[in-house]
Write a protein that binds this ligand. Structure first.
Ligand code: LLP
Length: 396
């Protein structure tokens, strides 16, 4: 189900309560005004710079979200044939698409070549050779960037760190020369540049400064060998504030783009590409659910929701913290400590341990905030549950 509504009566946390109360739970509530503001802020900060932002569709592939982002003239970063097709349908221009991923199948590579994606981010020599061969068979040239593993620790959760030497992503620095020369020599490959991505939910700028220094060093190194690149792609990863969604409804884009403006020495004519997922869509989305039961065991009180790990798996999978709010009662003078859990038959189906909430009752409406990224897109039907619905709200 999907609905568009425009209402003025927002509660303290910015929710249109009539929409929230009338919609069967659980569902994702998207505040499209927040998404618009975020996209405008990005455009404002990159204006006048040779920068291109691609939206990492894996963060949220909801067609209405994709349409909105495509209309703002942003590109798309894709990791499967399905995402390439969805992005084309949503109106993204193939020339503004990057196609990433360590295990692209022949079928997916053909889809990318057929549409003419702007850049395949290539992660290994076998992949480079297959893309060259398939492009040759189809009478096409594949535009590519080589994904470099810069061996930078972004100090984020171990499951979402990607830029250190011992994980599966990218080409290690010691073999990069060889791979670049190999790519240049292949007849159906056009090497556009280098690609990096150091991890996700990064809130400190230090890892990005280190990335800029690595990029500068590599560009100097290749220039000395007479090799220049038309673009550099620094990936994504900018984090958001999961602890204070109302105080910080937007990622710190000014510091992020400012870091690259200050530290990365682009060469004349060179473009810098970004692949942001979470920072674009996370804060606009909340998972809304109802309290099914409040239950007391010997040592604990449980708030049992009708939303579970099938709707939002991040807490179960990464021990991720999301702010939880009771939208029915915000009486902060009467607080209780609860474990906020879902109905799924798994002990990990917990949204918050020992969480302070106003005294909560059966039927109360609960919002789990900052769920716009990697929420709906990672939902499953485990326990034969239905996929969560989505509602889009805007005052304009
Ligand atoms: N580019 C590449 C090559 C990526 O692998 C990713 C994310 C991005 C861009 C976008 O990263 P972002 O700006 O969204 O951080 N499911 C996890 C996050 C996995 C991120 C995977 N790669 C979570 O819920 O935290």
């Amino acid at each position: 189900m999907s609905r568009d509504m425009g209402h003025q009566n927002r509660n303290n946390y910015g929710f249109a309560m009539d929409v929230v109360e009338q919609t069967p739970t659980p569902f994702y509530y998207y505040d499209m005004d927040v998404l618009h503001k975020t996209l405008q802020e990005i455009k404002r900060l990159i204006e006048g710079y040779p920068y291109t932002v691609h939206y990492a569709v894996k963060a949220n592939g909801n067609p209405q979200i994709l349409n909105t982002i495509a209309k703002h003239g942003i590109g798309a970063d894709l990791v499967s044939g399905g995402e390439v097709t969805a992005a084309v349908e949503a109106g993204f221009k193939p020339s503004d698409m990057t196609f990433s991923g360590v295990g692209k199948t022949d079928r997916e590579i053909r889809i990318g070549l057929e549409y003419g994606v702007g850049c395949f981010n290539v992660e290994s020599i076998p992949e480079l050779e297959v893309i060259n061969q398939l492009a040759g068979e189809m009478g096409k040239t594949a535009h590519i960037a080589i994904r470099v593993n810069p061996d930078i620790d972004a100090h984020t959760h171990r499951y979402i760190t990607t830029g250190t030497a011992d994980n599966k992503f990218g080409i290690n620095l010691e073999v990069l020369d060889e791979v670049v020369c190999h790519a240049i020599a292949l007849p159906h490959i056009h090497l556009r540049g280098l690609h990096f991505h150091i991890g996700s939910q990064i809130t400190l700028m230090k890892p990005y400064v280190m990335l800029c220094e690595t990029v500068n060093r590599l560009l100097d190194h290749f220039e000395q060998q007479g090799i220049s690149f038309e673009m550099v792609n620094v990936g994504g990863g900018l984090g958001i504030d999961y602890d204070a969604p109302d105080e910080h409804p937007m990622a710190d884009f000014a510091s992020y783009f400012g870091t690259f403006k200050r530290h990365l020495r682009l060469r004349p004519g060179q473009r810098l590409h970004f692949e942001l997922g979470r920072a674009i869509v996370c804060t606009c989305g909340s998972l809304i659910s109802r309290v099914v039961f409040v239950k007391e065991n010997r040592n604990k009180k449980f708030v049992i929701l009708d939303a579970g790990m099938t709707d939002l798996i991040r807490p179960a999978l990464y021990e991720a913290h999301h702010t939880i709010q009771n939208l029915t009662s915000n009486n902060i003078d009467e607080q209780e400590t609860y474990d906020v859990v879902g109905p799924v038959c798994e002990s990990s189906d917990v949204f918050g341990h020992d969480y302070q909430l106003p005294v909560t009752r059966r039927g109360d409406i609960i919002a789990i905030r900052s769920a716009g990224a990697y929420g709906e897109s990672m939902a499953s039907c485990y326990n034969m549950r239905q996929l969560p619905a989505a509602v889009f709200h805007s005052n304009h």
